[in-house]
Design a protein around this ligand. Structure first.
Ligand SMILES: [Zn+2]
Length: 114
């Protein structure tokens, strides 16, 4: 279950940032997680709830926002949102020469501290 190591990295980053700024407590950590990042949000939340115990993030909530998958079609010169798991063609022109840009990311967008 690689969500445990991901949760640990998020926690480590948050604690490091919090200490650097001389804060004592983490209230929440906001994340943006791509839909095709391969991360199961439920597993991540579960792992985080366990590893945060006895840290300055003990009372912290993990807020996860799912980011849609974005495709780019060079024929249309436009982005489109990928709604199905499997995409074979641009929904506008039916072209197959597209690239997938968004949806794989895992970013920490905000750490709320006291
Ligand atoms: Zn197109």
């Amino acid at each position: 279950m690689h969500e445990v190591s991901i949760a640990q990295s998020i926690l480590d980053i948050a604690i490091t940032e919090c200490r650097k700024a001389d804060y004592k407590r983490i209230n929440s950590i906001s994340l943006r997680i791509g839909k095709v990042s391969g991360i199961k949000i439920q597993s991540l939340l579960f792992a985080f709830d366990i590893i945060k115990i006895d840290t300055i993030a003990q009372g912290a909530a993990l807020i996860c926002e799912e980011v849609p998958v974005v495709g780019y079609c060079p024929e249309c010169h436009d982005n489109f949102e990928v709604v199905s798991e499997l995409i074979l063609a641009c929904p506008e022109c039916g072209g197959a020469r597209f690239s997938i840009n968004g949806g794989r990311e895992l970013d920490i967008v905000e750490i709320d501290v006291d």
